[in-house]
Design a protein around this ligand. Structure first.
Ligand code: ATP
Length: 266
């Protein structure tokens, strides 16, 4: 692995079930994410996007291949990876401020209370939560709760942020606001992100590269370089260039009809 790679997945294979019921979900997947790069994964439903992310998170043991984060092999969950889930995974009994502060306890800032306060204030501000610092999550909308989850993940200061359909439960308008919020924070801090989404438009809007997965057992069909760079604003979605790239990815997905389950014999 080169020094600038924060994530290196090599020949990863993952299956579920035992014996003749064994189902292969990922086969020989290789993907790398450079430091500061934002990579999105799109693919048909059930193609193994979450499985790939869960393998990086250390939530499951692969059948074959390796996952390295920051040059270290992944053998289980750890503070080098922080996951933002679809359902607002925040602590309901803690205020917004304390939810974000919890992240600082897990991460690099553990020993220094003054630094922790600084970090909490920073992410309250970056995610537009300062006015809600004393609020409990139940008093917040879904979008605001997801802002708390993202702020908390950033506060952990992981090597890589893993986001599994973080905006899927939100209505369309809130989802767009959240995309802007994520872009804003990404402009301030070039974190390494692996982002799973169903929406091709969302992937192309947010990411530097988009990994397009095929149907099960999943292989990578194509890795699309996204050329917007600093031109990334809402109007880019209306350009011929954006629409052309979106069509290209949608065709790739459309051509990938889900196949019959690939079962292995024991
Ligand atoms: N723990 C598990 N045990 C058994 N099968 C599983 C497990 N986790 C995932 N699967 C199966 O693996 C396949 C891939 O699931 P996964 O959630 O990774 O796909 P996905 O691409 O994220 O799907 P979606 O877009 O619908 O969320 C699915 O058929 C799913 O049922």
């Amino acid at each position: 692995m080169t020094a600038s790679m924060d994530l290196d997945v090599r020949d990863l294979s993952v299956g579920f079930g035992r014996g003749s019921r064994r189902v292969s979900v990922l086969e020989n997947i290789s993907v790398s994410v450079a430091q500061g790069e934002f990579v999105a994964i799109v693919g048909p439903s059930g193609s193994g996007k979450s499985t790939l992310l869960n393998a990086v998170a250390g939530f499951l043991s692969p059948d074959g291949g390796t996952v390295e984060v920051g040059g270290e092999p992944v053998t289980g969950p750890g503070p080098s990876r922080c996951v933002v889930f679809q359902e607002y995974a925040v602590f309901p009994w803690l205020t917004v401020e304390r939810n974000i502060g919890f992240g600082t306890r897990l991460g690099a800032w553990t020993g220094d209370p003054a630094r922790r306060t600084e970090i909490v204030d920073r992410y309250l501000d970056l995610m537009g939560l300062t006015a809600f610092r004393d609020a409990l999550p139940k008093t917040l909308s879904g979008g605001m709760r997801q802002r708390v989850a993202i702020a908390r993940a950033y506060a952990v200061d992981p090597t890589i942020l893993l986001m599994d359909e973080p905006f899927a439960a939100l209505d369309a308008q809130t989802r767009e606001h959240m995309q802007e919020a994520l872009l804003d924070i990404s402009r301030q801090e070039h974190r390494t992100v692996l982002f799973v989404t169903h929406q091709v438009e969302e992937a192309l809007y947010l990411a530097d590269r988009v990994v397009v997965m095929g149907a099960r057992p999943a292989r990578i069909q194509e890795v699309v370089d996204v050329p917007w760079g600093d031109r990334r604003d809402h109007d880019i979605k209306l350009t011929d260039e954006f629409i052309g790239l979106r069509r290209h990815v949608e065709h790739l997905l459309h051509d990938t009809e889900p196949q019959a389950t690939n079962e292995r014999t024991p």
